[in-house]
Design a protein around this ligand. Structure first.
Ligand code: 5AD
Ligand code: SF4
Length: 466
């Protein structure tokens, strides 16, 4: 255990003592991706160990934490929208306001916060998350505003407490940061360079999750298939690559399913494809971010592959793993994107038949090369293209859903449906939501379900009784 973490655990104890018997509540609001969700689980773990219990009601919160995202403008707008509400709560009951995450790594945002929203108590960045207990202690004792942001890459901290959001599925971060500098993307600036976790720490975490009864593991990183390929990777472990890691996680008893997000097409080496093929627990749906189907736009995006290379990779994977399917991310309206370029994106979508497409309108991010490009696309054009892509994708999804009807699917049962307490809900290997009638004892098991109908965003089924 590093010195850092011991110090933090001490601060956790100190704050816990002060808070004893006070019945304090905290609320955490998470924006953005699954990496942020996983960070929030760590923040929650620290906070709960300091004597706060979770609430969803801002009116009764003694501590409010925002874990922010800056990947697109709408995530930023959401924070600024919420801050007004929080100011009122703080005035009413002295609530401590802490704001952390990716947005706080941007200097112009921190300046804006200080000028327009000066009522915050703590701001912390992506590299100082583990220091939250110390920041909170200092805030309580010295009653001063804390800005705890580091520009240099933080170390990987092991051993922090964690409060997980789910008891069947768990995310495990395997690396932080990104070295790719896609020209639209702010992530490399706010999360720093790639740092891989020690494979043994990852495997221990997964073994521990298996013991606790978790069934599905999602390995997380900004670019998971460059795991152990950059930075300091001199670990004492037999695991030397992402493919090795998949094979080792696959051996862990109790785990039924393994997923990972996100890989980069340029790093999708054969050893990884072979590991996916050979490992029975690795789900045969691969999230393969396309971003654009036009080689010209891909070049401007600095994605380092062409339309043809992407399609060839998909073909190769389909050949090696016949039942494989794909999901993807697509951005429309990147600077310079012509109608013809956009048609190439539609063409790839028609050819690959993705199970799921996460569609985004290009959003200018301060400090990225994309923002400095002159040939920005008018908002109206971006929206028209987005709608056209959406129509194509939705048509494909409903067509694809039809193929499920009548089939038997293995469904990992996640819980009772939120909208109907008699229904159970779970997911197929390909990540489709399936609802069906069944008893709660099935939760956490993989059950064979016969699909009887499709409803765009979910399938309905019944237990397959042979
Ligand atoms: N504008 C729109 N979408 C973006 N993404 C990343 N940066 C931007 C941006 N500036 C999308 C990419 C990425 C996903 C997580 O978010 O598609 O894969
Ligand atoms: Fe952003 Fe590209 Fe890195 Fe993904 S790979 S985080 S899109 S820079």
């Amino acid at each position: 255990m590093s010195l850092n973490i011991e110090e933090e655990l001490n601060y956790i104890e100190k704050v816990k003592k002060i808070n004893q018997g006070k019945n304090l509540k905290y609320l955490i609001l998470t924006m953005g991706c699954q990496l942020n969700e996983n960070d929030s689980e760590k923040i929650s773990g620290m906070i709960e160990n300091m004597g706060y219990t979770k609430t969803e009601d801002i009116e009764e919160s003694d501590l409010v934490v925002f874990n922010t995202c800056c990947v697109r403008e709408n995530a930023e707008d959401r924070l600024f929208g919420k801050l007004g509400e929080v100011k009122r709560i703080k005035e009413k009951r002295g609530t401590i306001i802490a704001i952390g995450g990716c947005m706080m790594q941007e200097k112009h945002i921190v300046e804006k916060m200080k000028q327009s929203y000066p009522f915050f108590d703590i701001i912390f960045g992506t590299h100082t998350l583990h220091k939250f207990p110390k920041d909170l202690y200092t805030k309580i004792f010295e009653n001063k505003r804390i800005e705890d942001i580091l520009d240099i890459d933080g170390e990987i901290i092991e051993g922090l407490p964690i409060t997980r959001n789910d008891n069947i599925k768990a995310s495990v971060t395997i690396m932080n940061g990104c070295n790719n500098f896609c020209t639209y993307c702010i992530v490399p600036y706010v999360r720093g360079r790639e740092r891989s976790r020690n494979p043994e720490d990852i495997l221990n975490e997964v073994r521990d999750l298996a013991k606790q009864g978790y069934k599905e593991i999602t390995l997380l990183g900004q670019n998971v298939n460059s795991y152990l390929r950059s930075g300091n990777v001199d670990f004492d472990s037999n695991v030397k690559s992402f493919a090795d890691l998949l094979r080792e996680v696959n051996k862990i008893d109790g785990i039924e399913r393994i997923r990972f997000i996100s890989p980069h097409p340029k790093d999708f080496t054969d050893d990884v494809i072979e590991a996916i093929r050979d490992c029975d627990k690795v789900c045969k749906i691969i999230h393969l971010p396309l971003q654009s189907g036009s080689s010209q736009v891909l070049k401007a995006m600095n994605r380092k592959y062409t339309k043809e290379q992407y399609l060839n990779l998909v073909e190769k994977m389909k050949k090696m793993i016949p039942d494989i399917v794909f999901s993807t991310d697509i951005i429309v309206g990147f600077p310079g994107e012509t109608q013809e370029n956009f048609e190439d994106t539609l063409d790839v979508v028609r050819k690959v038949h993705f199970e799921q497409v996460y569609m985004f309108i290009y959003s200018r991010r301060v400090g990225t090369p994309g923002d400095r490009m002159e040939n920005q696309i008018p908002e109206k054009v971006k929206h028209t293209r987005f709608d056209e892509l959406k129509e194509l994708v939705e048509g494909q999804i409903s067509e694809n859903n039809q193929k499920y009807v009548g089939t038997i699917q293995k469904v990992l049962v996640e819980g009772v449906s939120k909208t109907n307490s008699e229904l159970l809900t779970g997911r197929t290997d390909s990540n489709k939501v399936v609802n069906f009638y069944g008893s709660e004892e099935l939760i956490g098991n993989v059950v064979e379900i016969k699909i009887i109908s499709e409803h765009m965003w979910y399938l309905k089924g019944e237990i397959n009784r042979r």
